[in-house]
Ligand binder design. Structure first.
Ligand code: HEC
Length: 171
């Protein structure tokens, strides 16, 4: 009897040990996988910062100076020039240019009651309101006049220039 009971117990013990060993293996494997992500170059690439800030040296390295002085257009000097040209904002358009690009659409012929360019009768009551009022109407819109005449790409100063241009022509 004892013999047969012992026989039945052994396979159970074996299965229990096998399950425990499997669990240990699984835990070890999952730990190993977590570590391996750190080494995975693709994962490192994915979690890399979007931008890296590098401050330019305050003074150019002295070794570069004689070279730059001799040859006026070293690749470095050219790159710096191009960067400087890009950083310079485009020159502001004058009133006449802004007028011709947008305001003209309505103010040339007086579409939907717009005061016509150079028409003193149209402009006199407008000018009487004061130039600040005219600027505000041109920037924020008034009645059928859309803000900046729809040309939101123009700066406030450029739109004001176009107002001055029309006001001057109507005096
Ligand atoms: C879509 C047509 C349209 C365009 C484009 C347009 N205007 Fe006008 N503008 C009008 C109309 C209409 C009025 C009259 C609005 C009213 O008095 O109700 C007007 C009025 C004005 C006035 C007088 C506002 C006042 O307070 O009496 C100024 C100044 C003016 N426009 C400047 C400009 C300038 C500058 C531009 C270009 C950047 C421009 N407009 C483009 C239609 C236009």
């Amino acid at each position: 009897m004892a013999h047969s009971r012992n026989n039945a117990f052994l396979p159970h013990l074996f299965i229990a040990i096998a399950i425990a060993a499997l669990l240990v293996l699984l835990v070890a494997f999952s730990l190993f996988r977590k570590d391996s992500v750190k080494e995975d170059p693709e994962a490192v690439e994915r979690i890399r910062p979007v931008a890296i800030f590098r401050s330019a040296p305050a003074t150019p390295p002295p070794a570069a100076e004689p070279v730059a002085a001799e040859g006026a257009s070293t690749p470095d000097a050219e790159a710096t020039d191009a960067a400087a040209a890009e950083a310079t904002p485009p020159a502001a358009r004058d009133g006449a240019t802004v007028y011709a690009e947008v305001c003209k659409t309505c103010h040339e012929t007086g579409v939907t009651g717009a005061p016509k360019k150079g028409d003193k009768g149209d402009w006199e009551p407008r000018i009487a309101q004061g130039v600040e009022t005219l600027y505000a109407s041109a920037l924020q819109g008034k009645g059928a006049m859309p803000p900046k005449g729809t040309a939101v790409r123009f700066s406030d100063e450029e739109v004001k220039g176009a107002v001055d241009y029309m006001v001057e022509l109507a005096r």
